[in-house]
Design a protein around this ligand. Sequence first.
Ligand SMILES: *[C@@H]1O[C@H](CO)[C@@H](O)[C@H](O)[C@H]1NC(C)=O
Ligand SMILES: *[C@@H]1O[C@H](CO)[C@@H](O)[C@H](O)[C@H]1NC(C)=O
Ligand SMILES: *[C@@H]1O[C@H](CO)[C@@H](O)[C@H](O)[C@H]1NC(C)=O
Length: 434
Amino acid sequence: MMKLFVVAFLLLLQLHQTTTKHDHQTKSNGLMIKMIHRDSRKSPFYNPKLTLEDRVRRMNMRSEARISQLLIDNNLEKNVDAFQIIPFYGYEFLVPLKIGTPPVPQILVMDTGSLLLWVHCGYTEGGERSPYPLYIYSHSSSYIEDVFCETPMCELIMLKGKCGRDSKRCEYTYRYVTGMTRGNLASEVFTFQSPNGTDVTMNKRLMFGCSSILSKGANRLFQLNHTGFSYCIGNINDEDYYSNTLVLGGEPIIMEDSTPMFMVIGKYYITLEKISVGDKFLDINSSIFKRVNYEGGMLVDSGTTSTYLPDIAFNKLKEEIRFVIGTTLKEHISSRQGELCYHGTINQDIKIFPPIAFHFIENAALKFDAQNLFRQDETDYFCLSVQSTDSDWLSQKLPFSILGIWAQQFYYIAFDINMMRMSFTKIDCDILYD
Ligand SMILES: *[C@@H]1O[C@H](CO)[C@@H](O)[C@H](O)[C@H]1NC(C)=O
Ligand SMILES: *[C@@H]1O[C@H](CO)[C@@H](O)[C@H](O)[C@H]1NC(C)=O
Ligand SMILES: *[C@@H]1O[C@H](CO)[C@@H](O)[C@H](O)[C@H]1NC(C)=O
């Protein structure tokens, strides 16, 4: 049997407005990188034998594993010294890149739920093998341990770096659920694929941590500062879709509706206020959406499939959708209690559907149509991709709402970390390349 080992990187990008003309420029001065969905044809995890239904089923399973992790993280809010740093499960989008000199191909796991990007190399606990060789820092001529203690980077709250015993190097230690990681901060050169397919080596060195996970072999950790990032997600069902994009740093390219965001243990939350179906606002007391005493708020996540709403809000939304659809479609009784499903296919059977919108504070709205509200779970039925935080199949009641990736399809979402605002703009991701 092959020995399993775990290697992961986490990356917090430090991209101020200092990208140079050698870097790929966008209208925002950020770095624009293609992201691939893990089930797309270009993904190293692509499995041509899977049907659309298989993929949806697997995505839902990953999503549930991810929710279990989010629950663990949330409990750790009360104990900020320890938190889960490695998303072994439940990631959906990957960013191919190369690290070091000579550049070694790696793949990052995009995790907006935690502002971190992870390099997946070696095996994950889920047993999937990374097709790429390990990045070994001693083989790279551009690896330098040049981050010193008492610098802002070292004192970054998430890192809690300390002075090395014998040097002024920045050392950090993380405990997490299944182990511990410890190491020095260092910097390295990164190479991304530009939208036209050529490799672009960033002029700016990015900081990261080099560490070992005790008891689990080698591990490295990236941690870099950034002022903002944004991303655009297109059709997840389309395995040939290749315009999902991650933009690191810089100003948002487009910024329409925006709403204040806040951070809880490295994850970004926003506050829902109202839900509308057509012209009608559902009768929900908006205080149920606010975050108070470690509960509430809506986590904008890149690994959870469905959107989760507090039970009261979910039931009001479900009833209204049922009312609107009426008898035009036959309900499918889901094996999951409370889930709303219909017989038929989304493309053929939902002809007219009222716009459904989530309204966040300060009037930012996320508008859904049938495509990003319903999911074709099987060939003959589809389900609402919104569920209750108090669903039977969750190991416990979710203490917060989640905006899942299904609902984020066809949106450009920008996270402005300086202003602590998030914005949503409905676009075709291809326009970012015009
Ligand atoms: C591809 O894009 C990069 C970065 O924007 C640019 O430097 C390069 O000249 C482009 N190459 C081609 C063949 O267009
Ligand atoms: C991160 O970036 C912000 C904005 O540019 C800056 O104010 C802050 O000092 C930086 N933090 C570190 C640790 O470099
Ligand atoms: C909404 O709920 C809060 C807290 O339970 C309560 O104080 C407030 O009066 C409610 N507002 C309305 C309009 O019912």
